[in-house]
Ligand binder design. Structure first.
Ligand code: PDD
Length: 285
């Protein structure tokens, strides 16, 4: 299928969909983005993604290029041009194009790009055996709650993980607490509770994280939003969540087994409950 993108007011074949070389997204990473899953034509938590996009824009003083209801329509239209059974919608908004100067000299027209592609799925092997991670000291900025397109630290983290044969990097704060991954939120099963770092400037408020916590609570799993370490007594499982992974068991960290080194019961149950919800979405479409 030739992909069609929406770029600054027009639908175009992906190869022809371009932005200006002086776009501030290109020159300064001066922009924000969202990644949204769509199952059988129904978007997962679309309102929550749009709220977060709006907050990201407000945080860096970019005006939303269109009202949210119009953006919703554009996202739906982009999906209809590229109607994959399981799709991944990407929305990027930058401050716009202008001659290069750190301070934008005037109010610019924001650039907006929307694409729809096939949702990448974790391999059968990573679902059955779990994935692996390494840890690195957090080298990112102090506003990780903004979904910024400035992702160089994440790129470096992913490269280092791949170099060491792992799938993800978990960022650690100065006290060695696990914050989040390069593109995932992180969880542990500790003495039967599901533990994850609280929402603050050091983590992104993942939409999937919210879903995981909601589902866990609905099934009477105790949820603790608090700082945690890999060395905690009673830690039996680690997991990571994102739009593109749902929840995945992380069974090896820095070459060591977590628990038995196999996906644990909490990860398996949570993943099963999430996939059930995705199936229900497909049936509503
Ligand atoms: N990344 N933390 C970080 C740093 C992320 O980049 C992401 C998502 C998440 C999970 O957020 P959500 O559950 O809303 O997808 C947490 C996306 C998928 C990406 O950059 O491709």
């Amino acid at each position: 299928m030739t992909l069609t993108a929406w770029v600054n007011g027009r639908f175009l074949p992906l190869d022809e969909a371009t932005v200006h070389i002086e776009d501030r997204g290109f020159q300064f990473a001066d922009g924000v983005y969202e990644v949204i899953a769509c199952f059988g034509g129904t978007f997962l938590d679309l309102d929550a993604h749009l709220d977060r996009l709006l907050r990201s824009c407000e945080n860096i003083a970019i005006n939303m290029p269109v009202p949210l209801h119009e953006l919703k329509t554009l996202i739906e239209q982009t999906y209809r041009h590229n109607p994959f059974e399981d799709a991944m919608i990407y929305v990027q908004i930058t401050r716009g194009a202008a001659p290069r100067s750190h301070l934008a000299q005037r109010e610019l027209t924001p650039t907006m790009v929307i694409t729809s592609r096939e949702l990448p799925m974790p391999s059968a092997e990573s679902i059955s055996d779990g994935v692996s991670a390494i840890t690195l000291d957090d080298m990112r900025w102090k506003r990780c709650d903004i979904k910024s397109i400035a992702l160089l630290a994440s790129v470096i983290g992913k490269q280092e993980a791949a170099f060491r044969g792992a799938d993800e990097t978990f960022w650690l704060d100065e006290q060695q607490h696990v914050l989040e991954g390069c593109a995932t939120n992180c969880f542990a099963a500790i003495r039967g509770a599901l533990v994850t770092h609280p929402l603050d400037h050091q983590v992104l408020g993942g939409i999937t994280r919210n879903m995981v916590l909601r589902i866990a609570r609905a099934h009477d799993i105790t949820v603790e939003e608090r700082p945690w370490k890999l060395t905690e007594t009673g830690l039996t499982e680690c997991m990571m969540s994102s739009t593109t992974n749902a929840i995945m068991p992380v069974c090896h960290i820095n070459g060591e087994n977590i628990g038995t080194g196999k996906p644990g019961p909490m990860a398996i149950q949570l993943r099963g409950w999430m996939l059930d919800e995705f199936e229900k979405l497909k049936k509503t479409s």
